[in-house]
Design a protein around this ligand. Structure first.
Ligand SMILES: C[S@@+](CC[C@H](N)C(=O)[O-])C[C@H]1O[C@@H](n2cnc3c(N)ncnc32)[C@H](O)[C@@H]1O
Length: 210
């Protein structure tokens, strides 16, 4: 899906990926990233995820990237804060106390724009992209984060039963895309209620710099 397609999905309210409560794997495992209070957490493809409310509540600094302005407008409404908006390079930056969201294409961002990153939280981002785009995405996020540790959530299901997103990610692919830079541990595996009617498991991965 192109950026335009995602923007349209938000306009059409086709946002079944949005969870109304903090992600259970984030809550259970975020501490394994070893981020100190005040630490800067990059949330690529952030949507208006309430995971960002949870991170803010924990005293972490959220750095999001999201192409849909509608999503980010709703995020700040739901947070109950008015962002300061500015143009930075090719994207906009919407910022408030403890939170900075780059509104635009993640692939236009540079490490310099994003600033220091202590950890990456990747839910429904890596898995949102088709196979031929995942390599470029993984490399770009690693570069933006300066190789900071990541908590990555994947899906695993029979890809012949449904076209993504979200896409099914074989375990070997996590190793092939991230293993050059990270030591990789699958820290959890859980059945989901299914993805659009297809039985699916989630994998939770801790990626720590080598
Ligand atoms: C499957 S949703 C996941 C949202 C969020 N992570 C969550 O868990 O609810 C993927 C999000 O990525 C955004 N997106 C897609 N391509 C993007 C791009 N190139 N740059 C920034 N955001 C993008 C979409 O608008 C969408 O909100």
């Amino acid at each position: 899906m192109s950026g335009i397609d995602w923007i349209r999905r938000w306009e059409d309210r086709n946002i079944g990926f949005h969870e109304g409560v903090p992600n259970v794997h984030l809550v259970a495992h975020f501490d394994r990233l070893g981020v100190q209070p005040g630490g800067r957490v990059l949330v690529p493809f952030c949507g208006k995820s309430v995971d960002m409310h949870w991170l803010l509540g924990g005293g972490y600094h959220v750095i999001g990237a999201e192409i849909s302005e509608m999503a980010i407008s709703e995020l700040f409404d739901e947070l109950g804060v008015a962002p300061h908006k500015s143009n930075v390079g090719p994207v906009q930056l919407w910022a408030a106390d403890g939170i900075e969201i780059f509104v635009g294409d993640l692939f236009e961002l540079t490490a310099e724009l994003v600033g220091p990153v202590d950890a990456v939280y990747d839910r429904a981002a890596f898995v949102a992209q088709p196979e031929d785009e995942r390599g470029g995405y993984a490399e770009h996020v690693i570069a933006l984060a300066g190789g900071a540790p990541q908590l990555l959530i994947t899906y695993s299901y029979d890809q012949s039963l449904m076209s993504g997103p979200p896409f099914s990610i074989p375990d070997e692919e996590v190793h092939s895309r991230y293993g050059g830079r990270y030591a990789i541990t699958k820290i959890d595996e859980a059945a989901t209620g299914g993805v659009r009617g297809v039985p699916a498991d989630e994998g939770v991965w801790l990626l720590t710099p080598r």
